[in-house]
Design a protein around this ligand. Structure first.
Ligand SMILES: [Zn+2]
Length: 171
């Protein structure tokens, strides 16, 4: 059942506590749509309204819109914690996700890549390291692994081309 309390904005979007739009550079109150608070994940107070709001991305510093309908999805479909606000624009969010997955894949496979003889896996890890390196300063340990893998790939490919030279001359 719906609770009524002035504190949490029951009497209009402008009465909503500021922390629901923490760091917003603009809030377009005309776009407010009423929330279905029974679907929300909250303890102290629900988010009574979803309102188009503009934020600055913490990474690229561009402004982006966090729309009322996106908020509805976050809080009613994904059941995100009610105090959540976005720190990153959609592009940066996607990049962060991709970097995380590259890093996870690196962590999962690097030992196998270093110790095994699977050249394709070695190449894959070198590619992942290149992606990670574009976006952050990597610890020496990873850079050292990169050097070892590149050396291993070079060696394996030299041997492979030596072999094909041999077979070519023996025909
Ligand atoms: Zn961004």
């Amino acid at each position: 059942m719906k609770r009524k309390s002035d504190t949490f904005g029951d009497f209009g979007p402008r009465k909503m506590p500021g922390y629901f739009f923490f760091r917003a550079v603009d809030i377009d109150f005309d776009t407010a749509v009423e929330a279905d608070i029974d679907k929300q994940n909250y303890s102290v107070g629900p988010r009574e309204w979803y309102i188009d709001a503009t934020f600055e991305c913490q990474v690229c510093k561009k402004e982006f819109l966090w729309s009322a309908s996106e908020q509805k999805t976050w809080f009613e479909d994904y059941y995100f914690w009610i105090d959540s606000t976005p720190n990153h624009c959609k592009n940066c969010r996607r990049e962060i996700r991709e970097l995380k997955s590259a890093r996870n894949e690196y962590d999962r496979s690097v030992t196998k890549a270093l110790s095994g003889s699977d050249i394709e896996l070695k190449k894959k890890i070198v590619k992942l390291i290149a992606i990670l390196e574009e976006n952050s300063n990597l610890p020496n340990r990873i850079l050292e692994n990169n050097r070892v893998l590149i050396k291993q790939i070079g060696k394996a490919e030299n041997i492979a081309s030596d072999n094909s030279d041999c077979s070519a001359t023996s025909i």
